[in-house]
Design a protein around this ligand. Structure first.
Ligand SMILES: Cc1cc2nc3c(=O)[nH]c(=O)nc-3n(C[C@H](O)[C@H](O)[C@H](O)COP(=O)(O)OP(=O)(O)OC[C@H]3O[C@@H](n4cnc5c(N)ncnc54)[C@H](O)[C@@H]3O)c2cc1C
Length: 598
C-alpha cells in the first residue's frame, strides 16, 4: 500500500478475531467463499481505491460538478471509477448468486465499503446508492422491473438514486406532495413533482438514471400511510429504445463538502410526460424505502469512520515529521517532532479510540446482519432486533464523534491543517454532512428512543443488555482488565437507569418530555456502545498476549491496550455528566419560550 489511509492489520483483527468472520464463512450460504477469497477482495478494494479514488480526492473537491447548458458535468475520472467498480462486481457484492451477485458476507462488503469511503468519500453518492437501488428492486418489485433494471444497475451502466426529499418535506417525509396519476394501465402512473438534494441525481456518463422515488397516488390518504414507491427512470424504454421521460434537472446545489458527487434539484413531469412504475403494493412506499434507508444509514456511519481513518493517518504522518518545540524543561535542547508532545499524543489517542471503536461497532452490526441472513426462526428475529436497535446509533455515533476526531486531526497540523495544502481541511468539510443526511441526528435520536427502545416491549434493549453481559463475562477472565471492567459495568448500569427514568415519562403519556432530550440520550447510548466494543477488543488482545508473550512487545497489541485505556480514562467518564443531564428535573428545553431566544 502507498499512502496509508486505512490499517489492514486492524481491519483483519476486527473481522476475524473480534467479530468471528470465520464462523460466518463456515455457513453453507457462504460456502463458495473462504478466507483467501475474502483477503483477495479486500486487496482488490484497496487497489481500486489507490488507482481511481485516492489520487483524485483533492482534484474532485476543487473541480465540483457544474450544470452546463442543462447537463451536469462531473470530473472526467468518475466514469472510469464507476466502470472499475461495476467490473469488480462491487454494485452487487452482497446480492445472492441467483440474483447475479457475488453473495459475499455483509461484513466483507462493509469492510470494502470502509476502504472505498476512506479513500475518497466524496464519490460515495455515485457508488453507494447503486447497490441500494438494485437491492430495493430485487426485494419488492415485479419480475419485469427486476429484469429491466437490476443487471444495468449492477454493471454500473445505469445509476440508481434515492429520491425522497422535497423542498417542504425533509425530515418529515409524510408531507411529500409529488403525485402519481393512474394511466389505467396496471402499475404504470404519470408522475408530477419536485425532489431536492438528490445525490448523483443527474450527470453525463450513465446511459440512464433510475430514481427510486416516493410519491402519493392521487386520492390516497395524507401522511406517511399514503406514500408509494416508484421506479422513475430518466429515459424510459419504448419499442426497445430509450426515450426521454420528462425528468429535468432544475439546479445543482453548491455544497460545503463531498463535492465530487452532484446533488441536484429535479423536476418530474413538467411536460406531463413522465411515467413511473409502481414497486410492490401501493401505499407501502415508506416501508419499502426503509430498507434502502437503513442500508444507507449504516453506510453513512461507515463513511464517517472512513474519513476519520484518512484524517488520522494524515495527522499521524505529519506529527511524526514536524519538528516544533522542545521537551518541557529542556529550553536549550534540540527541537523534537510534535508527536513527542503529550497533548499531540492525547489528540491522536482520542482519534484512534473513536475511529477503532466506531469501526468495531459498525462491523458488529454487519455481523448481526450476516446472522440475520444465515439463521432462522427466533434466532433470526433476535439478530434483526439488535440490528434495528443499533442502526440509528451506528449512523449517528461515528458521524458526531467523527467530526470531533477529524477536527483534532486538523488541530495536529496547526495552521497548515486549516489550509488547502493538506487533506484535513477538505475532510473537515466533507465529514460535516454525516449527521445531516439520511435523517439528521435529531431524527435518528427520536427513532432510537421513541421507537427502537420501545420495540416489542423493550426486547431489543434486553438483547443488547445480554450482549453487554457476554462481553463482561468474557473480560472477567482476565485480571489485566480488572481496572476497566467496573468502568464499563457502571456505564451500562447508568444507561439502564436513564432508560427507565425516561420511559416513566412515556408511561405517564408525557411524550414531549420523554423525547425532549433524545439527542443527549443518543450520545450516552453511543458512548456505552463504544465502551462495549473497546471491552471486546481489549479481551481479545489480552488473550492474544497471554497466548504469545512476544505480543507484549508488538506495537499493534500495545497500541490497542493503550487506546482502550485512554478510551476508558478520558472518554468514557462523560457517561456520568450525560447521565446527570438526562436525569434532570428542570425541563429546561421544553420550558424555554421562543421569545427568550431572541
Ligand atoms: C449533500 C446532501 C445529499 C443528500 N442526498 C439526498 C438523496 O440522495 N436523496 C434524498 O432524498 N435526500 C437527500 N438529501 C436530503 C437530506 O436527507 C435532508 O437534507 C435531511 O433529511 C434533512 O431534511 P431538511 O434538509 O429538509 O431539514 P429539516 O427537516 O428542515 O430539519 C432542520 C432541522 O430541524 C430538525 N427537525 C426537523 N424535524 C424535527 C422534529 N420532528 N423533531 C426535532 N427536530 C426536528 C432537524 O433535526 C434539523 O436539525 C441530501 C442532503 C444533502 C445536504
Amino acid at each position: 500500500m502507498g499512502k496509508k489511509f486505512v490499517s489492514l492489520t486492524n481491519l483483519n483483527f476486527l473481522l476475524y478475531d473480534v467479530h468471528g468472520l470465520k464462523e460466518i464463512l463456515n455457513h453453507h450460504y457462504y460456502r463458495h467463499q473462504d478466507k483467501q477469497a475474502v483477503d483477495l477482495m479486500i486487496e482488490s478494494a484497496i487497489k481500486i481505491s489507490e488507482k481511481y479514488l485516492l489520487p483524485f480526492m483533492s482534484e474532485m473537491d476543487k473541480k465540483p460538478p457544474e450544470l452546463v447548458n442543462g447537463e451536469v458535468v462531473t470530473h472526467p475520472k468518475i466514469a472510469k471509477l464507476i466502470k472499475a467498480m461495476g467490473d469488480g462486481g462491487w454494485f452487487c457484492a452482497s446480492a445472492s448468486l441467483e440474483n447475479g451477485g457475488m453473495q459475499i458476507p455483509l461484513m466483507v462488503d462493509t469492510a470494502a465499503n470502509f476502504v472505498f469511503q476512506a479513500a475518497n468519500n466524496g464519490t460515495y453518492g455515485f457508488t453507494g446508492l447503486n447497490a441500494g437501488a438494485a437491492n430495493l428492486i430485487l426485494e419488492f418489485a415485479s419480475t419485469e422491473l427486476k429484469e429491466e433494471y437490476v443487471p444495468k444497475l449492477h454493471s454500473g451502466k445505469w445509476q440508481g438514486t434515492m429520491a425522497l426529499t422535497e423542498p417542504q418535506a425533509g425530515s418529515s417525509l409524510g408531507d411529500i406532495t409529488s403525485t402519481a396519476y393512474s394511466t389505467g394501465q396496471d402499475g404504470i402512473y404519470k408522475i408530477k413533482g419536485q425532489k431536492v438534494f438528490i445525490s448523483a441525481g443527474d450527470y453525463e456518463h450513465p446511459e440512464n438514471i433510475v430514481h427510486m422515488m416516493l410519491a402519493r397516488i392521487e386520492g390516497e390518504p395524507e401522511g406517511s400511510k399514503g406514500i408509494s414507491l416508484f421506479v422513475v427512470p430518466k429515459y424510459r424504454s419504448e419499442k426497445k429504445k430509450l426515450v426521454s421521460n420528462d425528468v429535468k434537472t432544475a439546479g445543482i446545489f453548491h455544497k460545503m463538502g463531498q463535492k465530487a458527487t452532484p446533488t441536484v434539484h429535479l423536476a418530474f413531469g413538467e411536460k406531463n410526460n413522465c411515467f413511473g412504475y409502481l414497486v410492490g403494493d401501493k401505499n407501502q412506499g415508506l416501508n419499502y424505502m426503509f430498507k434502502l434507508m437503513n442500508e444507507a444509514r449504516i453506510s453513512v456511519g461507515i463513511g464517517a469512520a472512513g474519513m476519520m481513518s484518512m484524517a488520522y493517518y494524515a495527522a499521524l504522518e505529519y506529527a511524526n515529521e514536524r519538528p516544533q518545540g522542545r521537551k518541557i524543561g529542556d529550553k536549550e535542547g534540540e527541537q523534537i517532532n510534535i508527536i513527542e508532545h503529550a497533548d499531540i499524543k492525547r489528540m491522536l489517542l482520542k482519534q484512534k479510540s473513536i475511529l477503532e471503536g466506531s469501526l468495531s461497532l459498525i462491523l458488529q452490526c454487519a455481523n448481526f446482519a450476516d446472522l440475520v441472513k444465515t439463521k432462522e426462526g427466533d434466532l433470526r428475529d433476535h439478530y434483526q432486533l439488535l440490528l434495528d436497535l443499533l442502526t440509528p446509533v451506528v449512523k449517528t455515533c461515528p458521524s458526531e464523534r467523527g467530526i470531533e476526531a477529524v477536527s483534532d486531526a486538523l488541530q495536529c497540523l496547526g495552521g497548515y491543517g486549516y489550509c488547502e495544502d493538506f487533506e484535513l481541511e477538505q475532510l473537515y468539510r466533507d465529514i460535516r454532512i454525516t449527521p445531516i443526511y439520511e435523517g439528521t441526528t435529531g431524527i435518528q435520536s427520536l427513532d432510537l428512543l421513541g421507537r427502537k427502545v420501545l420495540m416489542e416491549n423493550g426486547k431489543a434493549m434486553q438483547l443488547l443488555a445480554k450482549e453487554f453481559e457476554f462481553a463482561v463475562r468474557d473480560a472477567r477472565y482476565y485480571e489485566e482488565l480488572n481496572d476497566i471492567l467496573p468502568l464499563f459495568e457502571d456505564g451500562a448500569a447508568e444507561l439502564k437507569k436513564v432508560t427507565h427514568h425516561l420511559l416513566a415519562f412515556a408511561m405517564k403519556n408525557k411524550l414531549d418530555r420523554f423525547l425532549a432530550d433524545a439527542t443527549i440520550y443518543m450520545e450516552l447510548f453511543g458512548l456505552v456502545c463504544l465502551g462495549w466494543q473497546w471491552l471486546k477488543q481489549g479481551t481479545v488482545i489480552t488473550e492474544a498476549c497471554r497466548k504469545n508473550v512476544e505480543n507484549l512487545e508488538n506495537p499493534f497489541h500495545l497500541g490497542k491496550i493503550q487506546t482502550m485505556k485512554y478510551f476508558f480514562t478520558y472518554e468514557f467518564p462523560r457517561v456520568k455528566s450525560l447521565t446527570e443531564t438526562l436525569m434532570n428535573d428542570a425541563d429546561l428545553t421544553l420550558g424555554t419560550d421562543k421569545s427568550w431566544l431572541e
